[in-house]
Design a protein around this ligand. Structure first.
Ligand code: GLP
Length: 231
């Protein structure tokens, strides 16, 4: 794991964008995360694309997770977030965007996304955030190393923090995340300090799903000082 520490959130975002843009040329399949952390990274990517400095043409994408069930137009949906912050602003063809939309039952929703992943995956370049309890995607503490795309129940911590309309979600599993060829994980703010310490320096355990990343060969973690405070 390579760890890069920047002074603040803006600098962290710029560094993450630099690494993302570097990896973009050789990547066919991109993996995206949601949350407050990657917002500026997506802003920088949208801007660079509008200036013609980078392009998403010919690539395809997978998103890590989405609440389940949720309507894609719901203002709280991760689809809405991705559309507003990135997809609506870049030249990635809409037919190339693979997203874990709610499609009927949980089983149908899972099967559809798992089949898409089977035919188009794995991800070449994955952007990841981290939850304060060490979750990645919606792989909450207790998720196993071989967990795959599935419907999960959100932890009390995540419910308290995100205040979602539903307590369930669909997520890529740890297995699919670990299959990504290259991973850029970003985190900023004091409240991520403990999760970052446990993920980077703690033992590899299901209690801290991000700790599995220690066993991946190509992970770069970009932090601001606050998130790095316990390293
Ligand atoms: C959510 C998402 C994660 C994200 C995490 C951190 O629960 N499922 O994919 O990484 O929260 O979000 P934030 O960047 O807002 O702290």
């Amino acid at each position: 794991m390579e760890v890069i520490v920047k002074d603040n959130h803006n600098e962290m975002s710029k560094e993450a964008f630099r690494l993302f843009a570097d990896g973009l040329t050789g990547a066919r399949v991109l993996g995206f995360a949601t949350g407050g952390t990657p917002r500026m990274l997506y802003e920088l990517a949208s801007e660079a694309c509008s200036y013609g400095n980078i392009s998403f043409r010919g690539k395809c994408s997978f998103n890590l997770d989405e609440y389940y069930p949720i309507c894609r137009d719901d203002p709280e949906s991760y689809w809405r977030y991705m559309y507003d912050n990135l997809f609506g602003r870049i030249d990635l063809e809409s037919g190339k965007i693979n997203f874990p939309h709610s499609m009927g039952s949980g089983q149908e929703t899972t099967a559809r996304y798992a089949n898409l992943y089977k035919s188009l995956g794995p991800v070449d370049l994955q952007i990841l955030g981290i939850g304060c309890n060490g979750h990645i995607g919606f792989n909450e503490p207790g998720s196993s190393r071989d967990s795959t795309i599935r419907i999960v129940r959100l932890s009390d911590d995540t419910i308290a923090r995100n205040r979602p309309k539903t307590a369930t979600a669909i997520t890529m599993g740890i297995k699919e995340i670990m299959e990504s060829r290259r991973i850029i994980l970003i985190a900023s703010g004091d409240d991520k300090g403990r999760a970052i310490r446990d993920a980077v320096k703690g033992r590899v355990t299901e209690s801290v799903p991000a700790s599995f990343l220690q066993e991946h060969g190509d992970v770069t973690i970009v932090l601001d000082r606050a998130a790095a405070r316990m390293l």
